[in-house]
Design a protein around this ligand. Structure first.
Ligand code: ADP
Length: 414
């Protein structure tokens, strides 16, 4: 960490980074001091463009969250409220020490494979990628535009969710489709949750006291969205999400892998339109579609009470996860660690236990007592005799975006 970076926005000594993660109807934010990695403030503005019921929950330092109701007609209104909350803590966008704003951008296509300083041309190129991520990229672009208008002199950095997967070899990235059609329409595996996979694979190596370049890690990011990745010596070589976040594992509301012919069938025989199918597979499938519930806590509780639908949902979820663990063992050849992260991965001992049960043949054995301990920082849950280290590693995408943003700004200013 270099506390004396020179930046046009903050001047010598500017070490703070504001991270903005603009979703379609919400803004998550965090202010981090990269001199020591401290979280100075953070929060969430919700229900943007959804009429009344908007609110912002802001936490300063390690204090108590404070909540305020707002009407957020658009992202500009929400970001102004975020700036006001920060200003009330003496941490506004014009306070000294702010080095840059780091933005999460979902889709970088094949064009953006690393954190990128935002210019007018970059913004145009991110806009041009909208057909690949119609739900996400427009909100990300709006966030950048508003932040630029509030502080035009400050470096704005785009950190892409796809970037960590840019190293996928062609045999993993290319679908077995007609080459000309695939290339004309940019159809390939891009992968998502990259910032999390990068952070967690590196943290797992640190937990083992080893250099990331030396270890092969399977990362299981199990949140409401879920994805797996195979990381060989710090380089991502395979991931489960595809051209869009729909492919791969069973998720909260997404189906994950499915025979593509199901789509033709439901269109031809069921009369579902393309938009209805998109909605079905992205929002009404996965755990929600299987049992009417997408919160894993509730599914585990219902399953324990003998609810058959919840039991099936859990089993389908676990079966898919185990298939990916097995597949990624084959992809990597040698696995040093298996890391669980995100809401389900960090908190659900039953999911971790079921996903790894009976995998001693693959060198994976979890210690039940370690697995059952309440959530804490990064920790090992493998049995002493397990050849593969099994870890629970809390993800921190905001910190990783801040780190990459600060590194880029510092580098570009010499
Ligand atoms: P997102 O993908 O929205 O960022 P998170 O990583 O925060 O999601 O994960 C959210 C999910 O985590 C919830 O839908 C819930 O199923 C799950 N979750 C949170 N806490 C627990 C818990 N204690 N046990 C099981 N699942 C949990």
């Amino acid at each position: 960490m270099t506390p004396d970076a020179v930046t046009p926005g903050g001047g010598r000594g500017a070490t703070r980074v504001l991270v903005l993660n603009c979703g379609s109807s919400s803004v998550k934010y965090r202010l981090v001091d990269m001199a020591d990695g401290r979280r100075l403030a953070g929060g969430l503005a919700e229900r943007i463009g959804e009429g009344d019921g908007g609110r912002i929950v802001h936490t300063s330092g390690s204090g108590k969250p404070r909540e305020q109701s707002h009407l957020f007609p658009d992202h500009a209104a929400a970001l102004k409220a975020v700036a006001e909350e920060l200003r009330a803590d003496g941490l506004g966008l014009d306070a000294p020490g702010l080095a840059a704003v780091g933005h999460r951008v979902v889709h970088g296509g094949t064009r953006f494979t690393a954190p990128t300083l935002v210019t007018d041309e970059v913004l145009d190129e991110v806009r041009a990628l909208t057909p690949l991520a119609p739900l996400h990229n427009p909100a990300n672009v709006t966030g950048i535009e508003v932040a630029r208008s509030l502080r035009p002199d400050l470096p704005q950095v785009a950190v892409f969710d796809t970037a960590f997967h840019a190293t996928l070899p062609e045999h993993a990235a290319r679908y077995a489709l007609d080459r000309a059609v695939a290339d004309r329409y940019s159809v390939r595996r891009y992968g998502f949750h990259g910032t999390s996979h990068q952070y967690v694979s590196r943290s797992t190596a640190a937990l083992l006291g080893r250099d990331p370049a030396e270890v092969n890690v399977i990362v299981l990011h199990l949140g409401n969205g879920a994805s797996a990745s195979a990381v060989a010596g710090g380089v991502c070589v395979e991931t489960s999400m595809g051209m869009t976040p729909l492919e791969g594992l069973v998720m909260g509301t997404r189906s994950g892998d499915i025979d593509p012919a199901v789509v033709f069938h439901l269109h031809r025989v069921g009369g579902l339109s393309v938009d209805a199918l998109d909605e079905l597979l992205n929002r009404r499938s996965g755990l929600l579609g299987l049992c009417g519930e997408n919160d894993m806590r509730e599914i585990v509780r219902r399953r324990e009470q003998g609810d058959a639908e919840a039991g099936t949902a859990f089993d389908v979820y676990i079966h898919r996860l185990r298939k990916y663990i097995g597949a990624y063992c084959a992809v990597l050849g040698r696995v040093d660690a298996l890391a669980f992260t995100a809401g389900v991965g960090e908190n659900s001992a039953p999911v971790r236990s079921a996903a790894t049960a009976g995998l001693e043949g693959l060198g994976i054995a979890v210690d039940p007592a370690r697995n059952a301990l309440p959530p804490q920082g990064p920790r090992l849950i493998s049995a002493d005799h397990s050849r593969v280290a099994v870890a629970v590693v809390p993800t921190d995408e905001e910190f990783e975006i801040a780190r990459q943003t600060f590194a880029l700004v510092h580098r570009s200013r010499g």
